[in-house]
Design a protein around this ligand. Sequence first.
Ligand SMILES: C[S@@+](CC[C@H](N)C(=O)[O-])C[C@H]1O[C@@H](n2cnc3c(N)ncnc32)[C@H](O)[C@@H]1O
Length: 278
Amino acid sequence: MNYRHAFHAGNFGDCMKHALLVWLLRALQRKPAGLFVLDTHAGAGRYDLSAGPAERTGEWRAGIGRLLDEPPAALADYVSLVRDCGLYPGSPMLIEAMLRPQDRLTCCELHPEDHATLRATMAGGETSVPQTSVHRRDAWEALGGLLPPPGGLRRALVLIDPPYEATDEFSSLAAGLARGHARFPTGVFAAWYPIKHRAPVRAFRVAMRDSGLRDIVTAELWLREPLDAARLNGCGLLVVNPPFGFMAAAEPILAALLARLGTGEAGQGFAVERIADE
Ligand SMILES: C[S@@+](CC[C@H](N)C(=O)[O-])C[C@H]1O[C@@H](n2cnc3c(N)ncnc32)[C@H](O)[C@@H]1O
């Protein structure tokens, strides 16, 4: 496990994932019933962008660094949560900041140092709320073991955000989605993926379309043509069972991200597409 999210925190991939995550969570919280949120690849929780790995790569400057001042309306909720956090919040901190008393959050992180940091920060740590728990547990196993939701909760949002270090991560993702969905078919599953080269993404989309799962939407953002396998040229979020209004809401979010983060390079753009019917 060489991937450390601290090097990439706050980059455009994080901004896209986190802005859509905030919308998904708010949409699910329109109903008063409690919600179980499972963050399968949680990372370290929050990141100091002014020091260490994030400062060294500076990726955040072309991401959250361009959104903080006068954010567009579609990104205002997300940026306000980031500002409130102080440090750049990873997915666990963003989710935790939005939890209501009736909601529960479970985070899984396998890397020993990031798990320790996450645990020190959240479960029993300084920002701890009683509804949060942190596990050092394999994400793919957790998708079977931690669903359906505990404690009688009947609704779930599952964020799956692998590091894509392994060459077969798209296959693991497709299998993990199938496993989680089999355990809890009404859950909302949101899986982030990188767009470097076109071929792996196209194969993943075909695999998901043919998976037998229904009601699948993808939101994708490209900064340039996805022709260089060594570069993060774009990213996507695949959502199974999206809440009502997701497609209509994702478009202005992606448009606002592109307007601020776009490089003007050939091939930049975004798309929100349904790849499997309800
Ligand atoms: C992209 S980062 C997560 C970032 C986080 N979701 C966020 O948005 O702030 C992926 C994380 O997954 C962890 N990881 C990798 N393989 C895992 C596995 N099989 N189970 C649980 N965590 C894993 C890595 O250590 C890394 O911290």
